[in-house]
Design a protein around this ligand. Sequence first.
Ligand SMILES: NC(=O)c1ccc[n+]([C@@H]2O[C@H](COP(=O)([O-])OP(=O)(O)OC[C@H]3O[C@@H](n4cnc5c(N)ncnc54)[C@H](O)[C@@H]3O)[C@@H](O)[C@H]2O)c1
Ligand SMILES: [Zn+2]
Length: 676
Amino acid sequence: MTTVIADPLVSREDYRSAVDTALQACAAYYGDGTSPIDDAAYDLLAARIRDYEAGHPEDVREDSPTGKVGGGAAPTGDVAHTVPMLSLDNVFSPEELAKWDASVARRLGEPVQGGYVTEPKLDGAAIAARYVDGRLTQLVTRGDGSFGEDVSHAIGSIVGLPLELDSAATFEVRGEVLLTREQFEAANAIRTAHGAKVFSNPRNGTAGTLRAKDRPYVIETTFYAYGVVGLPGDTHTEMMAAVATAGVQTTAATPVGPRVCATVEEVQRRVDEIAALRAELPFGIDGVVIKADAVAEQERAGFATRHPHWATAYKLAAAVRQSKLLAVEWNVGRTGVIAPRAVLEPVEVDGSVVRYATLHNPKFIRDSGMMIGDTVMVWKAGDIIPRIEAPVVELRTGDETPVVFPESCPTCGGEIDTSGERWECAGGAGGGCGLLAALRYAVGRDQLDIDGLGVTYLEALVEGGAVSDVADLFGLTRGQLVDATRSEKRADTVVAQIEAAKTKPLNRVFCALGIVRTGRTLSREIARHFGTMDAIRAADADALAAVHKLPAANAPKIAAHIAAMGPVVDKLVASGLTMTEPSAAPAGTPGVAKPLDGEVVVITGGMNGLLAGRNRNEMNELVSNAGGTSSGSVSKKTTILVAGTGAGSKLAKAQELGTRVLTEQEFADLVADHLV
Ligand SMILES: NC(=O)c1ccc[n+]([C@@H]2O[C@H](COP(=O)([O-])OP(=O)(O)OC[C@H]3O[C@@H](n4cnc5c(N)ncnc54)[C@H](O)[C@@H]3O)[C@@H](O)[C@H]2O)c1
Ligand SMILES: [Zn+2]
């Protein structure tokens, strides 16, 4: 594909190559919707071609797109249209609108008497839907205006086009098939799940979807009627009302639905109104269509080859433009989410200059296959944040480079939690950029177990400023919790859970601090080793390195983080949390003998009876409290295997090695003193 020529065409070669480019663009645009150039680029190209042709009539190619529906290159089928399906003329300003109004008056020999009806110019694909005796029998694309393709395979997947009407009417309704913003999101999720390329914008997705056969999945689209052949009526308005009565969807119920205007000034006001509503609509529009309402006046005004004289499209600023992806920035939000943002070559979209677009999350970047240097289509969704979806791979030059993903938090340099779709800073636990992640961890079942505080509620508390570290959870009032959870009942649950959290042993409290390089197991070891929070805080790196299982290399980082958390710990102490470990065996003091001293225990299968409902971590905690060491896999070192229900390969292995096997009941008896 040659690139678009920005300068006027001077040579015959330039002209011929411009026509080739335009034809290829049209074939792709009306075909599977994958045109590599945006509408503004196409319109410029088409204007250059028109200008050249005006000055060089002898050079005009027969297949030139000028004056043809679909540029003469849209895929056409073999279904003849009952009445031609035409394109629309354009106006871009109040002056041009006034001129157009004057041209209609000239053709009529007097100003329009029946008024103009304004409708949204829906941005999808035109289609004719044929109802015979009340049943939807055939769908036909616009094609070249005279012949279209049969796309009846799409019947049943288009909202707004019922399979059967209430009456046995026979008529052909015309309108636009489109993907609403919601359907677009759903479509791309389905495409991603099937390993297919995401659609770059709703319009592209519609064209591709309509003509695609044999897809292993169904993509739902929406239809809005804007014309009808075969229903009686003296005005466009009356006929569209009849379409709606028959049960086919029109735009009447949308905020931008049809309105009859007596004067061209009134039309202009409605255009401005629709332009202002554009961003909030559930579907994309690229203009306002203005039609003489009276059928008699339409007939008198007549048709050009490509468009009717009695209608025009007032184009709004382009909502989809192409640009280049210059870089990807990674920003850490207040809740610790590390969000990618596209830096774009500045481009005007829907009337404003766009420099950045959202990229949602790392998975989105991977799924779209985007590279730095790629050409991308930029558009505005319902919100005003500009978006890009997929790169135009046809325009790659080979100089594109992969997007680089961060390996540490761009703000604090801490670790990144990449386990979810959204990446989060896991570095600054207890505050800073990882706050939300830290809080979620702290309230987890294996830490403070305040599971009534789901992420949404935590977010609300953080956003509202009520919580800025883990300790703040213990200062929350019932009122604040009612506000955050929007429920008295939920708030009471949380109040009780917060109260219960105060009785959790030191290992849980320590674990909730989210100290770097420590997890549940190490938190238990540390709590057991030191016995009290004071002793932990007094420990230096060397003292920490003496803890069982704690790698000496990590000790300095852990010590530093514990020190940094001092103020939070002070607040926790003040709130009355437990700062001692019941089963602690402080170094040097000979502990009381415990049932699992020296044992290496593997737990497998589901727990019942006295142990019912304990998850793996709680079982490990129990083993640890009873003096043993737990392990995840059976080896020669294993001394006890606890076989719960459904124990499988681990049990077989233990039997093979001659390891002592205990039932859950036997194990429960053994550690009975430590069951709480
Ligand atoms: N990017 C590309 O490669 C490329 C190629 C070809 C054309 N285009 C773009 O397509 C446009 C011209 O194409 P066109 O002739 O298909 O369409 P058009 O924009 O000139 O308008 C005609 C179409 O508008 C639609 N429409 C929506 N709402 C309507 C309503 N209420 N009443 C009547 N019609 C309504 C219908 O589908 C109808 O076929 C230009 O904007 C051009 O830039 C782009
Ligand atoms: Zn961070």
